[in-house]
Design a protein around this ligand. Structure first.
Ligand SMILES: [Zn+2]
Length: 216
């Protein structure tokens, strides 16, 4: 099967358009190296690209994407931990100032967890991965009188909060957060509406980004 035509066409558009405008910036970034101030932990979902949502230029965002934007807890067990490796690099080498956990509506990973979906393969990698959000589900509580859609929203937002909590299980990162060197933020993208919500740290409530008093 040939390389996807859509990607070749897309690259041509990029080379004729954005690359021309940003060639100097790419060269500078190649010479000086990257120094993004923001690390984003997002979902693999094709509708929720952090670079698109935040209109980011090359070199601005250090992005980690995985199924359901999960930060696993600190586990220095000698095994391979992809998210932890990216966090380590972002924090210790790039010295990012902000870490944003970007959740989203209609998250397939969260839905699979909520519906206790059957494994997609013998390895059940999604099932094992999504079990990391069990503490989030416990905090979200039972569905009770919520509609299923509202319950999923609650779970998706609790999952963002759980990832923020897990960031603080990394001792060095916790220290940097507590001393104000790094700020952590929760956000939530409404896929259908395009609305961005920010998690209010004091109340845990997600509010429209433009309604925040600091105008963020
Ligand atoms: Zn997702």
């Amino acid at each position: 099967m040939p390389f996807p035509h859509r990607l070749l066409e897309g690259y041509r558009q990029f080379a004729d358009g954005r690359l021309r405008h940003e060639q100097d910036r790419y060269r500078e970034l190649a010479e000086a190296g990257q120094s993004p101030e923001v690390l984003v932990i997002g979902c693999c979902d094709s509708r929720v690209s952090p670079e698109v949502i935040f209109d980011a230029r090359p070199g601005e965002l250090f992005v980690v994407r995985n199924v359901a934007n999960i930060v696993p807890p600190y586990e220095p067990d000698g095994h391979a931990h992809g998210v932890s490796a990216a966090l380590e690099f972002g924090v210790a080498a790039l010295k990012v100032k902000h870490i944003v956990v970007l959740g989203h509506a209609r998250c397939g990973g969260v839905k699979a967890f909520a519906e206790k979906a059957e494994p997609l393969s013998p390895g059940d990698f999604i099932g094992n991965w999504m079990r990391l959000m069990a503490p989030a589900a416990a905090k979200a509580g039972p569905q009770r009188d919520l509609s299923w859609a509202d319950y999923l929203t609650r779970l998706e937002q609790a999952n963002v909060a759980n990832s923020l909590d897990n960031l603080k299980t990394f001792p060095r990162l916790r220290h940097l957060i507590e001393t104000g060197v790094i700020a952590i933020h929760g956000a939530y993208f409404g896929v259908a509406t395009g609305a961005l919500l920010m998690r209010d740290e004091a109340t845990g409530v997600f509010v429209p980004a433009t309604a925040r008093p600091d105008g963020v």
